[in-house]
Design a protein around this ligand. Structure first.
Ligand code: NAP
Length: 435
């Protein structure tokens, strides 16, 4: 029986699915001891700090993660930071293979004037703010304005827009960060504008997300019927509509045609609108956007612009990986061939491997493929050396699976009397104090 020791860095979906794939590939002769290393004192990655609080069903995948984590041979080392508590070179020396699953947590920049004004944020700061991520608790989110503009036509833009446009009471029974919930209750925002630079036929939203919009109980959602009709015409001129595109356009048409109830809160979709400039004296006051058109399948600007007055701009235009010293990067992700980082004993999975695309489930097939390659490349097992001992010598405070379960139980029990799935702890020290 050969036991191989694998370190997985990053306790998000891609990391857990990599661990699961290794566990599933065990045989009478092949065994894995898996150490999962996570920078935060809490695991689950985007399931904890990315998924919108009003989408609790998506978070039920955490049950799968906990099953993986409580399988024999798995250890959690949370509150351990790569590059600070331990280096990638050390891990490669100690383990038979290292799997990087650190995601892409940096927001892409628009690169337009005014982007750095107070009141202009990236979704990479705003989303973890409302999800109680310890590093984003103090993000300044001005909600004392009537209108907000969200840039991007993807599911993150949609999450951000919904969080801003929902009646906050609807969030009372969710795990929204307490600091965010308090601010959202006092928010003056009543209009949220989502701006996509291309047409409705090019939007990256997925149809389940679009289909829930007409069902919002306290928010009217507006899409220009003419823009959808034109998009359908253009898309049909290209041939038979692919299933997903048809489903998206149908869903947008339903929104466009839905009866508006006259709610105080509303969401407006603007397509073919590229942000040119964010203007304001000391803070965001308005966004200037170019009006585009589609010509021969290409999106090109017209000479016309329009302006939206607002006090908050959130750009949700994609993410890049935060670089780990020593690893090669290209276009915001780790350079790799099918998940193998060339010239090193490391592999990469998830968004750090392929960029920020796909839903949580996409990581399962992706991680499984990379772990197949890892297993094929295994040599002779290395003699065991213990990370636990190394970290103890360095004075690192490790949150083990057992301690995490205590933090988890604490959060869930705090939430129960208020009908919430949990109340998340925000400060690292509070988390570390749960014994
Ligand atoms: P995304 O789906 O790639 O969408 C990014 C959007 O930003 C696109 O509309 C893109 O337009 C636009 N964009 C990029 N650069 C821009 C610029 N300079 N100016 C204006 N617009 C720009 O990314 P995402 O929304 O961050 O989502 C990431 C992944 O997570 C996606 O696969 C998404 O489906 C998934 N996700 C899923 C859920 C869910 O299942 N509920 C929730 C959240 C996220 P172009 O197309 O023109 O480039």
């Amino acid at each position: 029986m050969s036991t191989y020791r694998i370190a997985i860095v990053g306790a998000g979906p891609a990391g857990y699915f990599a661990a699961q794939a290794l566990q599933n590939s065990q045989t009478d002769n092949l065994n894995f001891a898996i150490d999962m290393i996570e920078r935060l004192p809490t695991p689950w990655g985007l399931v904890r700090s990315g998924v919108a609080p009003d989408h609790p069903k998506i978070k039920t995948v955490a049950k799968v993660f906990e099953k993986i984590a409580t399988t024999e041979g798995f250890r959690l080392f949370a509150n351990v930071e790569l590059g600070k508590d331990v280096t990638i070179d050390e891990l490669e020396e100690m383990y038979d293979a290292v799997v990087i699953a650190t995601g892409t947590s940096k927001g892409k920049k628009l690169g337009i004037p005014g982007e750095d004004l107070p009141g202009s944020l990236s979704a990479a700061d705003f989303v973890p703010w409302y999800n109680a991520h310890p590093d984003h608790a103090n993000v300044e989110v001005p909600l004392d304005c009537e209108a907000a503009v969200v840039i991007g036509a993807g599911n993150v833009a949609m999450d951000v827009a919904r969080m801003l446009a929902l009646e906050p009471k609807e969030l009372d029974t969710t795990d929204t960060a307490e600091h965010a919930l308090e601010k959202l209750h006092k928010s003056s925002i009543r209009k949220v504008h989502i701006c996509g630079r291309r047409g409705p036929e090019h939007a990256a939203f997925t149809s389940p997300e679009l289909r829930e919009l007409p069902k919002l109980e306290h928010t009217d959602v507006h899409i220009d019927q003419h823009q959808i009709a034109e998009a359908i015409k253009r898309a049909e001129a290209e041939g038979e509509l692919p299933k997903d595109l048809k489903s998206n356009l149908d869903a947008m048409q339903v929104i466009a045609e839905s009866e508006k109830k006259g709610h105080e809160r509303s969401m407006y979709f603007h397509f073919l609108a590229t942000p040119l400039e964010i203007r304001g004296k000391d803070k965001v006051e308005e966004v200037v956007l170019a009006i585009n058109q589609v010509q021969d399948g290409k999106v090109i600007p017209t000479n016309e612009t329009f302006t939206i007055k607002c006090g908050l701009v959130v750009s949700a235009i994609g993410y890049e990986a935060v670089e780990i010293p020593g690893l090669p990067y290209e276009k915001g992700k780790i350079q790799n061939i099918d998940g193998k980082i060339s010239g090193r004993g490391s592999y990469v999975v998830g968004w750090a491997k392929r960029g920020p695309s796909g839903v949580i489930g996409t990581n399962k097939s992706d991680s499984t493929e990379v772990m197949k390659l890892l297993v094929e490349n295994l040599g002779t097992p290395k003699p065991p050396t213990d990370l636990e001992k190394k970290l103890a010598e360095r004075g690192s405070i490790v949150v083990t699976q057992n301690q995490w379960e205590k933090i988890n139980a604490h959060e869930v029990s705090k939430g129960e009397p208020q009908g919430k799935p949990r109340i998340k702890l925000v400060q690292r020290q509070e988390m570390l104090g749960i014994k």
